[in-house]
Design a protein around this ligand. Structure first.
Ligand SMILES: [Zn+2]
Length: 116
């Protein structure tokens, strides 16, 4: 009897495999950026509420921004870097450790403080 569910094995060539790996790296970057943004927003929200700002004012501002949303995103994609305080080389933000970067030359941990 013929097996109607049979599917021939899928052969993945090297280039396709590389594309999958690259796509997974990009997804990891996006996840790290989202985690970083969650931390920044949570920090800002907590500080301003602790300083006495009514959360309803924040909700109204969110509504205002959503209503008058520009065509382009408010914050551009994070493509920033910092100078290592120890050796002076460029340090990029980590894709796995939000708000931190590690110098590839000397290993110094460099904080990436929130910017908007
Ligand atoms: Zn360094």
């Amino acid at each position: 009897m013929e097996n109607l569910n049979y599917q021939p094995p899928v052969t993945v060539n090297d280039r396709a495999g590389e594309k999958v790996i690259e796509a997974n790296f990009r997804i990891d970057d996006i996840k790290a950026q989202i985690a970083e943004l969650e931390i920044k927003i949570s920090a800002l929200y907590n500080v301003i509420v602790e300083q006495g700002i009514d959360p309803k004012l924040i909700e109204r501002k969110v509504e205002e921004l959503v209503t008058n949303r520009p065509e382009r995103p408010l914050v551009s994609v994070l493509t920033r870097s910092q100078i290592c305080p120890e050796c002076g080389k460029k340090v990029k933000p980590s894709s796995v450790d939000p708000l931190m970067g590690t110098c590839l030359f000397c290993g110094t941990k460099v904080p990436f403080y929130p910017t908007f």
